[in-house]
Design a binder for this molecule. Sequence first.
Ligand code: SF4
Length: 114
Amino acid sequence: MAIDENYLTEYEKVATHDGENQPIQIWAKDQDSYSGIGSDKLGVWGTIVGVDFDLCIADGACIDACPVEVFEWIDTPNHPESDKKAIMIREEECIICRACESVCPVEAVLITED
Ligand code: SF4
């Protein structure tokens, strides 16, 4: 399974999380599909740099690949796939190179240009 390519149009905006300079939008199929950090339902985080946190296995390839350091780790205890995720803390810095998208082993990343 990969990140849903239509999440920006088909998912609901369920929450936001603080980024370094601007809020990060969190998306989910419906309100029942998101329970927040500490749960097993985290949804898709980000709008330009989208990562399906329910697929992310904390491989870290995206963090290593990004030339402008968009990502950092965030702790996500109790999530069955991994207890940390790559958060797009500096999403607005993204240069749309798509390196992160191509290296993710579980296809959890989707880059969308403005
Ligand atoms: S597309 Fe490139 S610049 Fe943007 S987050 Fe991914 S690796 Fe970083």
